[in-house]
Design a protein around this ligand. Structure first.
Ligand SMILES: *Cc1c(COP(=O)(O)O)cnc(C)c1O
Length: 362
């Protein structure tokens, strides 16, 4: 398949306009789905084939399908926005396409060509443009994913894959629109080890993080933050968000991409925006001891988490079995709020886009 072309099989009974409008007013995160989905299949003999946009429907598969047993699955998350003039744009979709390919390679899956990935996101978004919510902080969240669909219980890379994109009208990621989040430092569990899959966006990483996340909730925190698996010292990231620190001399720091951290596109965008303003941002290791000491001395003034779903979220408090400390005054910091505004102004087409991050699709 060289020229991506998607067969369109419209939904016979799409959600009525008035019902759709009601559902997207205050959609929350990840519960309101659109009428259609995009699918493409891959097999050893045919390669990529059968690209289509069809009614969103359950995926029927054999109970011996490889993904159900060995978790050969990867995914992405990106957003489509409406622009002030009524147009529609995707944010850095080609970066998601490239990462999806790298994830596929790491999980020994078929690599979807990047133009097909972007085309699937574009075609689905255009089919569902009426579902894009308009409110500040809302967007159409696209969830491309790929599963091993071969019916076989032997352990080997699947000979068949199903790639699919679904779309969800989303508002604020945090229930009640939290102003800042509290973190629980997991001492017992790690997310990713050197040589593992920490830098691939695969469901298995999330499955492995859920017990630590439950522990965080049980301890009264919002999210878990993971330390490195080797020394259990260096701050890595949250279950699904990267982390930044802001110091009293105006510099910033984020942990380096050494293979155990997911290379976030929001992380990269924040790095770029900060460096555009000549803010020094170091990509360096930062230990939990330093974090605690810097918060106590006042050298650390802000910290925030970032990712496509929750965008930029201030971190107010950090706890573990043997300590608990606040960051700054526990309220969203100035730098955090400025970067959030700069990023969302670009995404909503309210400011110029010097790096060409927004791809207008309609
Ligand atoms: C998706 C993800 C992120 C954030 O990546 P973005 O491209 O910014 O959305 C961070 N950490 C993990 C583990 C992730 O899965």
């Amino acid at each position: 398949m060289t020229q991506p072309s998607f067969a369109f099989e419209p939904h016979a009974t799409p959600v009525e306009a008035s019902e759709r409008a009601a559902r997207i007013v205050n959609p929350g995160f990840g519960r309101v789905f659109t009428d259609h989905m995009a699918t493409i299949r891959w097999s050893e003999d045919k390669g990529w084939h059968d690209a289509k946009i069809t009614a969103r429907a359950p995926i029927v598969m054999d109970p011996a399908a490889a993904v159900l047993h060995y978790a050969q699955e990867i995914f992405e998350g990106l957003k489509a926005y409406t622009l002030p003039d009524g147009g529609v744009a995707l944010f850095r979709a080609e970066q998601n396409a490239a990462r999806f390919r790298r994830s596929a390679k790491r999980l020994a899956m078929a690599e979807l060509p990047e133009d097909l990935f972007v085309a699937s996101c574009r075609e689905l978004t255009l089919a569902e443009r009426e579902w894009i919510p308009a409110g500040e902080g809302s967007a159409l969240y696209l969830r491309p994913f790929m599963i091993a669909s071969e019916t076989f219980l032997g352990v080997k890379p699947s000979a068949e894959y199903l790639y699919c994109v679904i779309a969800s009208a989303v508002g604020n990621y945090w229930p009640g629109g939290a102003k800042s989040v509290s973190l629980w430092v997991s001492k017992e569990f790690t997310r990713a080890a050197p040589g593992g899959t920490g830098d691939a966006k695969c469901g298995g990483n999330y499955a492995a993080s859920l017990l630590a996340q439950s522990e965080a909730i049980r301890q009264g925190c919002d999210q878990v933050v993971f330390l490195d698996a080797t020394e259990r010292r260096w701050v890595e990231e949250l279950g699904g968000m990267n982390i930044f620190f802001v110091f009293d001399d105006g510099t910033m720091l984020t942990p380096p991409l050494t293979g155990t951290i997911l290379p976030g596109i929001t992380r990269d965008s924040i790095l770029t925006l900060a460096r555009d303003q000549e803010i020094t941002v170091r990509e360096e290791r930062y230990s939990i001891e330093e974090w605690q000491a810097d918060a106590a001395s006042g050298r650390l003034v802000e910290a925030f988490a970032c990712g496509t779903a929750a965008v930029v979220t201030p971190i107010g408090k950090v706890s573990s079995a043997d300590f608990s400390f606040q960051i700054g005054d526990g309220q969203p910091g100035e730098r955090t709020q400025a970067l959030l505004k700069q990023l969302t102004d670009i995404q909503r087409g309210r400011s110029n886009d010097p790096h060409g991050w927004m791809q207008r699709i309609g």
